[in-house]
Design a protein around this ligand. Structure first.
Ligand code: UD1
Length: 351
């Protein structure tokens, strides 16, 4: 059973990846600072995967800690070797991810995302771990008006958050070029991950005030917020609202498993891959779909454009499809149904 380190493994995306990894018979070591996640997700992962206490240690271990802490990271790799179950690959998700916050606290973003990754890569080098799947983002591209983004599209992040993601990609590229290291690296450039695990036990639960569409939509639909503000009705799109490539978080999780299988069977690869469905949906289409499939109604109104938004961000995902032997399976309906199920379940749980 191969052991995989998942940094940020209790966050929204990380926790879903952990479920897929366990289902695919990997053993996982999770590290997470819990700054923007909760240990409840660990219980949910175990419950979904039906892990009983027998041999639990073999399948899943969790260490609370921060990637800014070099000693902590080295300890994780060393302990795995001492236990005779070395870490064979890393899925690296740990990092800060609020675009807004990154404009207010750029140094914090550089420290956590860039320095944190540097620490991780150093620890990997010391302990001879050669495989990494990195959680990158479509936010590194220069936005276009209506063209699908390929991996070769122009780069040009507009926020410190985006710059840190691109910087990490560059760091990984430099490492890949240095023959001495002989690493296998895949950067997965996520588009807009949404939805939740079909069980309703895992989903997106950001700490503090949410900024992204789905978490806000769920608060509006459940009555916590009065109405949804749609940012702009005058964009150059068919209905005037922005278009995004929403991808179900379990499809995204499966993309990580495929990427992992790919690098574990390769030598010296460095690949950037767009992870989206290739299908764009407008904010209005999302709102209408959500109401229809969940048979609910809520108020929304149009307000001015949000600074830094772009009208159209949709993936050309053909390289990912052909490289990874992976294909997104879930529709926008599924994303809306599963997200709502998560909201209802978690609302009851935290009452
Ligand atoms: C944002 C980040 C991106 C990150 C992604 C994670 C920005 C500029 N980009 O992308 O770096 O990787 O989240 O999923 O923040 N909207 C509303 N009303 C709201 C909230 C959102 O109309 O209350 C609209 C936005 O204008 C946008 C769409 O919904 O058109 C999606 O927004 P959001 O979920 O924040 O994602 P992105 O902005 O695409």
């Amino acid at each position: 059973m191969k052991k995989i380190l998942v940094t940020g493994g209790l966050g929204f995306i990380g926790s879903h990846i952990c479920v897929s990894l366990i289902e695919k018979n990997y053993s996982i070591c999770i590290i997470d600072s819990l700054i923007n996640s909760s240990e409840d997700n660990l219980l949910s992962i175990k419950k979904i995967c039906n892990l009983s206490n027998n041999f639990l240690e073999d399948r899943i271990t969790f260490f609370k800690g921060d990637i800014k802490n070099k000693r902590f990271l080295k300890h994780i790799f060393k302990k795995a070797i001492d236990d005779k179950k070395p870490i064979e690959a890393v899925i690296h998700l740990a990092g800060l991810k609020s675009v807004n916050e990154s404009t207010e606290e750029p140094l914090t973003y550089w420290e956590t995302n860039v320095v944190g990754t540097l620490n991780l890569l150093e620890a990997m080098q010391i302990y001879n771990c050669k495989n990494i799947v990195f959680s990158s983002s479509a936010t590194i591209y220069r936005p276009t008006i209506n063209e699908l983004l390929t991996e070769n599209s122009d780069l040009g992040p507009i926020s410190p958050y985006g710059t840190t993601k691109l910087t990490i990609e560059k760091m990984l590229e430099d490492l890949a070029k240095s023959k001495k290291n002989d690493l296998n690296i895949i950067n997965l450039r996520y588009f807009n991950p949404v939805g939740a695990h079909i069980s309703g036990l895992l989903g997106e639960n950001p700490k503090g005030k949410p900024n992204n569409l789905f978490p806000i939509l769920l608060k509006v639909a459940s009555g916590e917020y009065k109405k949804l503000s749609i940012f702009g009705a005058d964009w150059p799109t068919h209905d005037g609202t922005c278009i995004r490539d929403y991808i179900h978080v379990m499809d995204l999780a499966e993309a990580h498993i495929s990427a992992l299988n790919f690098i574990l069977n390769s030598s010296s690869v460095f690949i950037n891959l767009n992870i989206g469905t290739g299908i764009g949906k407008s904010v209005l289409e999302v709102v209408e779909t959500f109401m229809k499939v969940n048979k609910c109604e809520f108020e929304y109104s149009f307000v001015s454009r949000r600074q830094g938004d772009s009208p159209y961000l949709v993936a050309d995902n053909r390289l990912a499809l052909s490289t990874l032997n992976w294909k997104p399976q879930k529709s926008l309906n599924d994303m809306c149904i599963d997200a709502w199920k998560w909201k209802i379940t978690s609302k009851n749980k935290f009452k």
